[in-house]
Ligand binder design. Structure first.
Ligand SMILES: NC(=O)c1ccc[n+]([C@@H]2O[C@H](COP(=O)([O-])OP(=O)(O)OC[C@H]3O[C@@H](n4cnc5c(N)ncnc54)[C@H](O)[C@@H]3O)[C@@H](O)[C@H]2O)c1
Length: 447
């Protein structure tokens, strides 16, 4: 919405949320305090906020005034009842639809921006038409393909914008009005229009394919470790094949983020609900492989440290699920820490953007042990050298650029010996690290 406001000064954009604290942070005088860390975003908010970009908790007022409403609420995996652990929880979507229906006194275009199961638009339309005040609603699907960490550049130069709508003349008119908004900065050739179901399913498909590439290379990483092949060399060799391409072939401790896992589980659930068990099993394997990779990484730390980490200090560099974001949802670090805490390790974490409160919250959310034990077992510091001081081992969980430039000799000198580094993101040079004295292990190379 900030990018739309920046690129379309003639359009008034109001972002509303029930979360008072979040909206207050979006309105913070100092734009560096907005709740999302994303390179370039603060400057855009600074430019547009108060001009044609507004943040507010007055949801009803914003609905009443808007001609077009983007539903961008969370669609987490269900944690209860039918479809528990798999299906998308559409509670928040339904509440939005009901609220829009009850408030709207003029025709509106409702845009699904959240990632949704295929055919959700049907349910949204049903609610709007049956509980509304007789006004006309058009539903569009406009899934978001940005990646966290590069959101601003992705939105400014998208590979494509996808808009799905009804195939009726009214549907086409609604599609055209959203096309006109994006056309303020995106070439029309890159704005694809489809029917609603293709658009909804394309988002799930895109995330499934991306995650599948990560799990595919991670599956190969384990084979590399056994055979003496090097996964980076294998990735490079296959990536130069133009049919495969080089992106998303980096082996690691596993993917995280709020979307990949939830969207694949959702896809699996949809396939199962149509009785397509082979389709469901095929995609579920992507998640199984990812879970295996996280467990394998943690397990390797324990076995390498002479089969026990009890009472040992393990320093984590990185907690965010990837670099250049403060988002920690489904981060591999959470699961690796949980595993090591079960083994009675003392974990110390440094992340350039993630705060202590979030780290403890992430661990408590798993409900593996009491909050008190999580707090005792996980110390969070704001200096990487302090994090690594007297540690038996360092685990790199996020690929922050700054980690490459640390004074690794100094870090080595201040650690327990032998000093181990487990590079879960393959960002450090093995030969250099070994020259400092470390016992160094990365993902996908024989040790
Ligand atoms: N985060 C991403 O990079 C990304 C990328 C593509 C798609 N998506 C999709 O976008 C959706 C939102 O993701 P997110 O990461 O922003 O989630 P989020 O949980 O960070 O934000 C959702 C917000 O919606 C608010 N909300 C919930 N119900 C509301 C209501 N009835 N009225 C007003 N506000 C309400 C919540 O308070 C919360 O602030 C999801 O469907 C996700 O799959 C996210």
């Amino acid at each position: 919405m900030a990018i739309i406001a920046q690129k379309c000064p003639h359009i008034k954009v109001t972002v509303v949320d029930l979360n008072v604290e979040r909206i207050a942070a979006w309105n913070d005088e100092d734009v560096n305090n907005i709740p999302i860390y994303e390179p370039g975003l603060s400057d855009i908010v600074k430019e547009a906020r108060g001009r044609n970009l507004f943040f507010s908790t007055e949801v009803d007022k914003a609905i009443d005034e808007a001609q077009m409403i983007f539903i961008s609420v969370n669609t987490p995996t269900k944690t209860y009842g039918l479809g528990k652990g798999m299906a998308a929880d559409l509670k928040y979507i339904e509440l939005c639809a009901r609220q829009i229906a009850s408030i709207a006194k003029s025709d509106k275009i409702v845009v699904e921006k959240s990632t949704l199961p295929v055919r959700t638009a049907e349910a949204v339309k049903n609610i709007l038409d049956n509980t509304g005040n007789g006004v006309q609603f058009q539903i569009l699907s406009n899934p978001e393909f940005l990646a966290e960490g590069t959101a601003v550049t992705d939105l400014l130069n998208p590979d494509r914008v996808l808009i799905g709508g009804d195939t009726t003349p009214e549907g086409q008119e609604a599609i055209d009005s959203l096309v006109e908004i994006y056309a303020n900065w995106v070439p029309k050739g890159q704005i694809l229009t489809t029917n609603l179901w293709s658009s909804e399913l394309s988002k799930l498909t895109a995330n499934a394919f991306l995650a599948q590439r990560v799990s595919s290379i991670n599956a190969m990483s384990e084979l590399c470790e056994k055979t003496g092949a090097d996964v980076s060399e294998v990735a490079r060799a296959i990536g130069m094949d133009s049919r495969i391409g080089p992106k998303f072939l980096k082996s690691s401790v596993g993917f995280g983020g709020s979307c990949f896992q939830k969207d694949i589980l959702n896809l699996v659930y949809i396939a199962k609900s149509y009785g397509l068990n082979e389709v469901a099993d095929y995609w579920e394997q992507v998640i199984i492989m990812n879970d295996h990779q996280k467990r394998r990484f943690a397990n390797n730390i324990v076995t390498t440290l002479y089969n026990t980490v009890s009472g040992k200090k393990i320093a984590f560099l990185g907690w965010a699920f990837k670099k250049d974001t403060n988002d920690t949802r489904e981060s591999a670090a959470i699961y690796v820490a949980d595993y090591l805490l079960n083994e009675q390790a003392n974990v110390t974490v440094f992340d350039p953007q993630v705060k202590q409160k979030q780290i403890h919250h992430d661990l408590n959310y798993l409900q593996t042990r009491d909050a008190e034990l999580n707090q005792k077992g996980t110390v969070v510091v704001d200096d990487p050298y302090e994090a690594c001081k007297n540690a038996h081992a360092i685990a790199i969980l996020t690929e922050w650029d700054e980690f490459r430039d640390y004074d690794w000799q100094k870090i080595y000198d201040n650690m327990q010996k032998p000093a181990f580094v487990f590079d879960g993101r393959n960002i450090l040079d093995a030969k250099k690290m070994e020259s400092y004295g470390f016992i160094f292990q990365s993902v996908g190379t024989a040790n």
